[in-house]
Design a protein around this ligand. Structure first.
Ligand SMILES: Cc1cc2nc3c(=O)[nH]c(=O)nc-3n(C[C@H](O)[C@H](O)[C@H](O)COP(=O)(O)OP(=O)(O)OC[C@H]3O[C@@H](n4cnc5c(N)ncnc54)[C@H](O)[C@@H]3O)c2cc1C
Length: 390
């Protein structure tokens, strides 16, 4: 794995840091207060070329690779000071990557240009009965005349659902046996598609999250993503990608918060000296920096694994490691940032408590921390058994 960034990647990181700092950050506190997603800002991000970075030129992109995409994401997360907006981007990125990797030529030609130029994507697995047990989804596709499907069911707590133009829906095909999980591409406005209102959340309030209702939605055969019955393998790749991006976001976002912590501990005085002279206080900043470095290194290792299609287990293992480590680190950092500011950090609207509220979501979205541990353990056990068999 070569970790030398190209000039283009450095430029992308700088460009989207500036975009985040100048366009996203200034109004992020207001959007958090008002629980609003800014579609205009989203369009500006697309117009600035963010979604073109990793898409081949023939589908309206710039032809860059996954590392270019990661560099752009790092820049956005570093500048934006808005985890909600950036996680909305992560959800969209998941769909874009799925199409790039598993889409048919027709799907790429038809759907990618829109996703590059301002349409919003969502990936919907979770249902009201539970999100952890992904393969237990009950949304069902009945085969319809002409080779298509009639899709019915419902999805809950889906990032971008209230505003999405294109949704990937995880369902199961009736009557084809146990390997029935299948992914369907459903567009906004189709008959029987109902996109619910934005839910009110503890954190990530700038990201529109809500339910999707599906009532006998007609899905033509060319809107199946991947193979009928082959949805789980595709979904696991998507989950690994998402978890890697979470690590990228945590490292960049937290790194950008470090100066806030340093300013505080070097200017706030207690017992006759800056509080930063006390080792209990220094320890909090050290922990933040360790999370930044570890999340970054692990997410880069995961990118490398994702780029080796023969090594899906390594990608899955590393992705769960980085998701777990970065989510735990971000929650600790959010708590300690409040602590460094004392009462001022605990005040609503201080701008400090928002980081803690946002951080809590990282333990749940993209698979809970418990599910990451379950996957890590299973992958370790699997590797151990394989070694014994050899
Ligand atoms: C901000 C945010 C954004 C989201 N965006 C999306 C999205 O875009 N698409 C999407 O599909 N979903 C999305 N979700 C939903 C998310 O994926 C689910 O909330 C998550 O998978 C957990 O499902 P659940 O909430 O139903 O909890 P449950 O599955 O009911 O679990 C409840 C608790 O039990 C624990 N648990 C369950 N089984 C076990 C076990 N075997 N061992 C130990 N502990 C266990 C879980 O870890 C959790 O702590 C989002 C959620 C949030 C908060």
């Amino acid at each position: 794995m070569d970790l030398t960034w190209t000039d283009r990647q450095d430029e992308l990181r700088r460009r989207f840091t500036v975009f985040g700092r100048e366009r996203v950050a200034p109004d992020s506190a207001r959007r958090d207060r008002e629980e609003s997603f800014d579609r205009g800002l989203w369009q500006e991000l697309a117009d600035a070329g963010f979604w073109a970075v990793n898409v081949p030129k023939r589908y309206g992109g710039d032809g860059g690779d996954l590392w270019d995409h990661v560099a752009a994401f790092e820049g956005l997360a570093r500048g934006a000071d808005d985890c909600g907006f950036v996680l909305t981007a992560a959800a969209h990125a998941g769909l874009q990557q799925l199409l790039l990797r598993y889409g048919t030529e027709e799907q790429k030609e038809t759907l990618l240009p829109g996703l590059v130029s301002g349409a919003i994507g969502a990936t919907a697995a979770t249902e009201a009965a539970g999100g952890s047990h992904v393969s237990a989804v009950t949304t069902t596709a009945r085969p319809a005349p002409g080779g298509g499907f009639s899709l019915s069911g419902g999805k809950s707590h889906i990032t971008n659902a209230p505003v999405a133009d294109l949704m990937m829906i995880v369902g199961r095909v009736a009557g084809i046996g146990p390997r029935d999980i299948t992914l369907f591409l459903v567009e906004k406005g189709g008959r029987g598609v109902e996109q619910g209102e934005q839910e009110s959340l503890l954190g990530l309030r700038t990201s529109p999250l809500g339910p999707i209702g599906l009532d006998d939605v007609e899905v033509p055969p060319e809107r199946v993503l991947g193979q009928v019955g082959g949805g789980l393998d595709v979904l696991y790749w998507c989950l690994a990608f998402d978890r890697m991006i979470y690590g990228v976001i945590v490292s960049a976002h937290l790194e950008a918060l470090l100066p806030t912590a340093i300013d505080r501990i070097t200017t706030r005085r207690a017992f006759g000296s800056p509080i930063g002279e006390h080792q209990y206080i220094q320890d909090k900043v050290v922990d933040m920096q360790v999370t930044v470095a570890a999340s970054r290194a692990l997410s880069y290792s995961t990118v490398d694994a994702l780029l080796h299609p023969d090594d899906t287990h390594r990608a899955s293992l590393l992705a769960s490691c980085v998701k777990l480590l970065s989510a735990e680190g971000l929650v600790r950092a959010g708590l300690e940032l409040v602590q460094l500011f004392g009462h001022a950090g605990f005040e609503s609207g201080s701008g400090i408590e928002r980081h803690l509220r946002d951080a809590v979501a990282f333990r749940i979205a993209g698979g809970t921390n418990e599910m990451q541990k379950k996957n890590i353990f299973n992958q370790v056990l699997r590797a151990h058994r394989r070694d014994l068999d050899q």
